[in-house]
Design a protein. Sequence first.
Length: 439
Amino acid sequence: MTSREDRERYIVEAGYNTFLLKSKDVYIDLLTDSGTSAMSDRQWAGIMMGDEAYAGSENFYHMEAAIQKYYGYKHIIPTHQGRGAEHLISKILIKPGDFIPGNMYFTTTRLHQELAGGTFVDVIVDEAHDPESTFQFKGNIDLNKLENLIKEKGADKIPYVCMATTVNLAGGQPISLANLRDVRALTHKYGIRIVHDMTRVAENAFMIQQFEEGYKNKSTAEIVREICDLTDAATMSSKKDALVSIGGFLALNEYDVYEEARNLVVVYEGLHTYGGMAGRDMEALAIGITESVNDDHIRARVGQVMYLGRKLEAAGIPIVKPIGTHGVFLDAKKFYPQLTQDKFPAQTLSAEIYLDSGVRSMERGIVSAGRNKITGDHNYPNLELVRLTIPRRVYTQAHMDVIAESIEYVYADREDIKGLKMTYEPKYLRFFQAIFEKL
Ligand code: P71
């Protein structure tokens, strides 16, 4: 624990950017659920069985078998984490001038699409951009937006649709299977692939089980498989759903694309049987995948997020509705209506929460959205959010109570807040390293 006085110093030294705080100065760490979950006794036992051979490690085959069994994809390329897989698939499938529709952007995903010469186009349903809308499947793709784009640009300019389960920047919102089946039918009609960002697929499957008609008697594992079977390829950051500290993969059903990826991975990541992962980490992943689709685990995981969300809702704090699966997202525009978006309301709020209690959160608003690659202006996203992200199997309900109490204090003190100005801005993914000063 730290004192308020300590934290005043630390946040200035970190340039009001929670990415730049030292972890030792953080009390409850809600920056991300990425690589921060606790591994089980079985996973730690698996770590001891690492086969660190350069080529053909036994652990690779265990990981490959788990992916094929639970997710059903045919060919697997390990990568150091999700963005390694995004890099490879973007390089292989995107030509300069192409368009990549997706259910809302993700920072690293869109950047790799742009670096490959493509342009990301958001085709998520309008409800996803409205924090007040209680529509249950805000991750859904708007079929009219997608078909209009295909007609306007031509199917040959669209190498794939990028479909995420769940949608991180919308607030951890799920897609429904009914919607995915419609997207599948439409993309078949035009001969377009679906590439699945399956980073939080088990959490999405759980929401389908709870809220989509016809799924309450299906297991999370069965629903996960049904989602994957409707897609052609997948990128995975195993650091989330799959309960490991590091790792990812690219999964493919088309042999030709696999062959190219298997060749390219040796340039950027490592040999195709380790791709940047240690043998022991591939073993932990094989076991983590099995645990991630366990119904009791996923109910407890999402249940804890819901617990925090309901508490904040009951206290009248403006949050994104419905409550998502990996965190609770605070609506910074409503929290600080006095701040225009260029005063970085969400960045300001995440700093104020840290100052109050040492709870670390993440900005997901104008700083994360970056600049328009043609005009150079800030992108002004409708969603200006602070994410309180819950790591899996780490914190107790008592921690959730402390977090809620702190947010209530910060909310009570909201009136005097003046916002921030950015004094240093890196070229890529600026939110990681940008520096701010108090206005
Ligand atoms: C999260 C992260 C980690 C992160 C990444 C970028 C900025 C801040 C934090 C990573 C994801 C993700 C989705 C849906 C791909 C990646 C990249 N999320 N897709 O939420 O959520 O995976 O980090 O393993 O490279 O904190 P990677």
